[in-house]
Design a protein. Sequence first.
Length: 404
Amino acid sequence: MRLSGIVGRLWLAMLLLVVIVLGLTVLIQAGILKNTYYQQQEDRLLQEGEKLAEAISGERDSELVTRQVRFLARLMGASVMVIDARGAVLQWQAMDMGMGHRMMMGREWEMPGRRGNLSWDSGAWLPGIPLPFEREQLDQILKGQSVIEREYSPFFDAEVLVAGIPLRSNGQVTGALFIHAPLAPLAANLGALQRVIVYALILGVLLATLLSLFFSRMLTGPLVQMNKVARAMATGDFSRQVAVPSRDELGLLAESLNVLSHELQEKIAALEKVDQNRREFVANVSHELRTPLTVIQGYAEAIQDGLARQEGREEEYLGNILEEVQRLRRMVDDLLDLRRMDEGQVLIKQELVDIAVLVQRVKERFSSLAGEKGAVLDVRLEEKLPPVIGEADRLEQVLINLVD
């Protein structure tokens, strides 16, 4: 397959179109998938956090709160922290999420009523350890608003998804529930989904390559066949036909080429027939011209030799010569009207002809010539022959051809 040919160009065009469409689809789908996936995780984090907040709000059994916090931390693979309205950490269950500051992971912290380890002014929990959340986030939650954000946490030294839910008791906000879920597992899951999409793209491109090659060959196959038939027609071979694959534009073109081939074959056959008729016509005309010339020559030689004078028939011979000259002139007039002969439309006068007079005239014209060759013309006619319908000159020419 040549890329410069129509098959190659059509294949490349179809493949390029498929690659562009699939590429744009994958890019758009990847972006939508990423946003949708993160949005689903955010919604799930808020839903689970709201369930836990509702369960532990006003709960005085710290052991029960601890179990519920631990369960959510394990379920979400996240850090769960319960803070009262003063900012003191009441419960904290931090699972080992593969993030920084692991000396605090996997441990439970209970600091009811204590704030000594939380310094808003220094922005640190303990010396050298940053706060796990922002004061603005806590203030927003204490106002009764939930928080959901994606950010980099210096405390965890990783990208996290932060969900903050207010804790209420008797309609009053009594604390906050913070959930820090690492984005690394989410990104890994998202990456796996995106790899599946990329693999599907590669498979789609490979499949599109094969299908586009197949369809390009299928579409251009009739064109190649038509080219072969056209070349055969150029060499005079009109017997080849193009298979009509369908009734679409290519099928109509193939059918038109077949009709053209058939019409050309008929036209060429007609031209050959016309040429053959012309050659036969020339041969017949040559024969018809030779007969009156022979008659004229015979009478002229008889007059020249004095035979006509001796027999007293000089005037008769001259009259016969004049008749043959007139007949020659009529024949020349017919030759000038070749157009009618080519069309097969020869006009014949319809008149009553006395066949006996016509036969007798031909006999008199050829009697002397027959005598020179030692032959005798004998004419036997029935009496009172009825006239025939035809053209006298042409009927006479027929009789002359028969006698000659």
